[in-house]
Design a protein around this ligand. Structure first.
Ligand code: MN
Length: 130
């Protein structure tokens, strides 16, 4: 039996977090949720998820800085990070890339598109993709 892939959702907006969590669990992913950038870095180290969905506007430290720290730490460096943000400007996208984000999706999230991006990185459910 293949273990379900795990996703860490970093989102301070409870409604968004609940929605994402529900949709991901329906797809068979194991999901953990944290509400700020400090917790994101700590939890990523602790559970080493298969993928991280990172809101960029967060309390404590923002998603750019949290991603930088996650990518700097060899325990978590290889985890794909997908930035989720209402900041759709080209420079925000570039800042996200510079911080180490592997992909960038704008809010409000288009769930079908997001699922396609997730599948591209880790495959659907327990299906491993190289
Ligand atoms: Mn936010």
């Amino acid at each position: 039996m293949t273990a379900a892939k795990s996703i860490l959702v970093v989102e301070d907006n409870e409604e968004n977090a609940d929605m994402l969590c529900r949709r991901l669990e329906l797809r068979g992913f194991r999901v953990a949720v944290v509400r700020d950038g400090v917790q994101a870095v700590a939890r990523a180290r602790e559970i080493v998820p298969d993928l991280i969905l990172m809101d960029l506007s967060l309390p404590e430290i923002d998603g750019w800085e949290a991603t930088r720290r996650i990518k700097y730490d060899r325990t978590t460096a290889s985890i794909p990070v997908i930035a989720l943000t209402a900041h759709a400007m080209v420079e925000d996208r570039q800042r996200a890339r510079d911080a180490g984000c592997n992909a960038f999706e704008t809010k409000p999230v288009d769930l079908d598109k997001l699922m396609a991006v997730i599948d591209r990185f880790i495959g659907a459910r327990g299906t491993a993709v190289a």
